[in-house]
Design a protein around this ligand. Structure first.
Ligand SMILES: [Zn+2]
Length: 113
């Protein structure tokens, strides 16, 4: 399950930020999750809960904001919105698409005390 690795990566970012700000507790973590990332939000939340236990972010609320995906359609030579991986081009129906946005996850905000 690669959500575990992602959650551990998030935890490192969160702990670094907490340390840099001399925070004793992290109460919220806001992450952006692209619509085309191979990540299950529920699984990510579950893993985040598990890896933060006992640390500075124990009990922190994880907020996941989904960001839209986009791809470059080769036949159309334009950028098109893409809701899911495996979807076809909404303009021409082609599957010759290259994902250009929405396949990543990043920590956007960390609420500390
Ligand atoms: Zn197209």
């Amino acid at each position: 399950m690669h959500e575990v690795a992602l959650a551990e990566g998030m935890l490192r970012i969160v702990e670094d930020a907490a340390r840099a700000n001399a925070a004793s507790r992290v109460h919220t973590v806001l992450v952006e999750l692209g619509a085309l990332a191979h990540v299950e939000p529920d699984a990510l939340a579950f893993c985040f809960d598990a890896v933060t236990r006992g640390g500075v972010a124990d009990g922190a609320k994880l907020e996941i904001v989904r960001t839209p995906g986009a791809a470059w359609c080769m036949p159309c030579s334009v950028r098109v919105p893409l809701e899911r991986l495996g979807d076809e081009c909404p303009r021409c129906g082609s599957y010759q698409l290259q994902v250009v946005e929405g396949d990543a996850m990043r920590v956007r905000e960390i609420g500390i005390a």
